[in-house]
Ligand binder design. Structure first.
Ligand code: FAD
Length: 415
C-alpha cells in the first residue's frame, strides 16, 4: 500500500517526537523547522561571544515516562543524570538556611526530606490537590498554610509556570499523582545541555532513519482544494511550495499562536506566561557533576550549575522582572544565588560573560478552568501536536505525548 510522506511542521520536542514515532515503523518523514536550529523552547543557545548555554534550566522527573523513553530511543538516556539524588537542596534567602526536600509526598515520611512548614493540617489540602474534583486555584486550597510559600508555590511555578493565585489544581494534581509512582520524584538534568543531550541525538536518529530535516523552513500558508490540503507553502528566501501527495499526512507541531494563524477555527489557548533566565559563565570550572538548587524568598527560583556556567530561572516572571534592565537584573540575581551556592558547598566565581534570556511565551497560562485541548483538525490527514494539547502540564512530557499521539491518530484514521 502507498504510504505517502509524513510532513511534520515544527521541530520542537513535539515535532521531534512525532517524527521519531513516524520513522519507528519505517515511515518516510520530512520535518520543517522555521529556525536555523531544531529544539524550539528546548534549545542550546550559542552566542556570538561563544558563551553557550540552554535557553532555560530544563529538568525531567521520573514521572515523565514518555520523555524518558524518547531519550532511550535516541540513545541519550544515560546523558540525563540525577543532579541531587539526596533530595532537592532549597535555600531560603530570608533565613539563609538550606534544607533538602523530597519531590514525592511519599518521601516526606523522612523528616529530613519534608518541606518546611508542612503540618498535619496540610494533609487534607494535598488530598484535595490529588483528588480529581472541581478545578480551583491552588492558592485557594493552600490559603494560610505554612507550606504554600516554602513548597507549593515553587512547585507550582516549576510545573505549571503560572502564579498560584490562578494556577489549576487539577493540572498540578495530575502531575503529582504520577510522582507518587515508584521513582516518580527523581529529578534528571542533561549533563551537557539540551542540544547535545536531546536535540542533536534526536536529529541524528531521524537522519539515520532516512528522514529529511529542513531548518529555516517557515510555514506561511496551507493551500486547500475540495476540502483537503493540497500544498504547504514555506518562506525560504523565496516562496517554496510542497505539493501534498494523496497519501501524505501533515502534523502541525506548533505553538498555539501559530495554530490560531493557520486554523482560526480552532480554539487554541491565548494566554501565556513568561520565563526569564540569567546565565553566568564561570571564571573557573565548577567542581563535580551538575547541581540543581531551589531558592525561596528571592526573585531567583532555581539554578543549575554546569561545568562552565550557572543558569538561573525566574519562572512566571513578574512583569517587574521582565521589564527590568538586564544589567541590574544580572547584579541582583548573582547577589541572590551566591549565598545559596555557598550554602550548598560551592564557591564559584563568575567570569565576564553573562546573559539574560527572556521567553515571553514560555508556556500557556495553566489556570483553573482551562479546558483540556484535544483539537480536531479541520481537514483529513492533518493532526496537531504541541505541549499545550492534553490534560498534563505543558512540558517536555506533554509535548512528547502529543507528537506520538498525533502519529497514532493519523495511522488510525487514514487508510
Ligand atoms: C525557559 C523554559 C524552561 C522550561 N523548563 C522546562 C522544564 O524544566 N521541564 C519541562 O518538561 N519543560 C520545560 N519547559 C517547557 C518545554 O520547553 C516545552 O513544553 C516544550 O519544549 C514545548 O515543545 P513544543 O514542541 O510543543 O513547542 P516548541 O518548542 O515551541 O516548538 C515549536 C517549533 O515550531 C517552530 N515553528 C513555529 N512556527 C513555525 C512555522 N510557521 N513553520 C515552521 N516551524 C515553526 C518553532 O521554531 C519551534 O521550533 C520550559 C520552557 C521554557 C521556555
Amino acid at each position: 500500500m502507498e504510504e505517502g510522506v509524513w510532513r511534520i511542521v515544527g521541530g520542537g520536542v513535539a515535532g521531534l517526537a512525532a517524527a521519531l514515532a513516524a520513522t519507528r515503523a519505517g515511515g518516510r518523514v520530512a520535518l520543517y523547522e522555521a529556525s536555523p536550529q531544531a529544539g524550539g523552547r528546548c534549545r542550546t543557545v550559542r552566542g556570538p561571544d561563544g558563551f553557550t548555554h540552554d535557553n532555560g534550566t530544563h529538568v525531567l522527573i521520573g514521572a515523565n515516562p514518555r520523555a524518558l523513553a524518547l531519550l532511550d530511543e535516541i540513545g541519550a538516556r544515560a546523558r540525563w543524570i540525577e543532579p541531587e539524588p539526596q533530595g532537592l537542596p532549597v535555600y531560603d534567602a530570608r533565613s539563609r538556611a538550606l534544607h533538602r526536600v523530597g519531590l514525592s509526598p511519599a518521601s516526606w515520611l523522612a523528616k529530613n526530606l519534608r518541606p518546611p512548614g508542612l503540618a498535619f493540617a496540610d494533609l487534607p489540602r494535598f488530598a484535595r490537590l490529588l483528588a480529581p474534583g472541581r478545578d480551583r486555584a491552588i492558592g485557594e486550597i493552600f490559603a494560610g498554610s505554612g507550606v504554600l510559600e516554602s513548597f507549593v508555590e515553587p512547585l507550582t511555578l516549576a510545573v505549571l509556570n503560572t502564579p498560584v493565585a490562578v494556577a489549576s489544581a487539577r493540572r498540578l494534581g495530575r502531575a503529582l499523582r504520577q510522582v507518587l509512582a515508584p521513582g516518580g520524584g527523581r529529578l534528571y538534568a542533561a549533563r551537557n545541555g539540551l542540544g547535545p543531550d536531546l536535540v542533536e541525538p534526536a536529529i541524528a536518529t531521524l537522519i539515520a532513519r532516512g528522514a529529511q530535516v529542513e531548518t529555516g523552513a517557515r510555514l506561511r500558508a496551507i493551500e486547500t482544494a475540495g476540502g483537503r490540503m493540497s500544498a504547504l507553502l514555506f518562506a525560504r528566501g523565496g516562496n517554496e511550495r510542497v505539493e501534498l501527495g494523496p497519501h501524505d499526512r501533515v502534523i502541525l507541531a506548533l505553538p498555539p499562536s501559530e495554530i490560531g494563524r493557520f486554523l482560526p477555527g480552532i480554539a487554541a489557548p491565548t494566554a501565556f506566561e513568561p520565563i526569564l533566565n540569567a546565565h553566568f559563565a564561570l571564571a573557573e570550572p565548577a567542581p563535580g557533576a551538575v547541581r540543581f538548587i531551589g531558592l525561596t524568598g528571592a526573585l531567583s527560583q532555581w539554578l543549575i550549575v554546569r561545568r562552565d556556567h550557572v543558569s538561573v530561572t525566574v519562572s512566571a516572571a513578574a512583569g517587574e522582572a521582565m521589564e527590568s534592565d538586564p544589567d541590574n537584573l544580572l547584579v541582583r540575581i548573582w547577589s541572590e544565588i551566591d549565598p545559596a551556592l555557598r550554602a550548598a558547598g560551592l564557591e564559584l566565581h563568575r567570569g565576564e560573560r553573562q546573559r539574560i534570556v527572556k521567553e515571553k511565551r514560555a508556556t500557556i497560562r495553566q489556570e483553573a478552568g482551562l479546558p483540556v485541548y484535544a483539537p480536531r483538525a479541520p481537514w483529513p490527514r492533518l493532526a496537531l501536536a504541541g505541549d499545550w494539547i492534553g490534560p498534563l502540564p505543558a512540558t517536555i512530557e506533554s509535548a512528547t505525548i502529543s507528537g506520538e499521539n498525533a502519529v497514532r491518530a493519523l495511522k488510525r484514521d487514514a487508510p
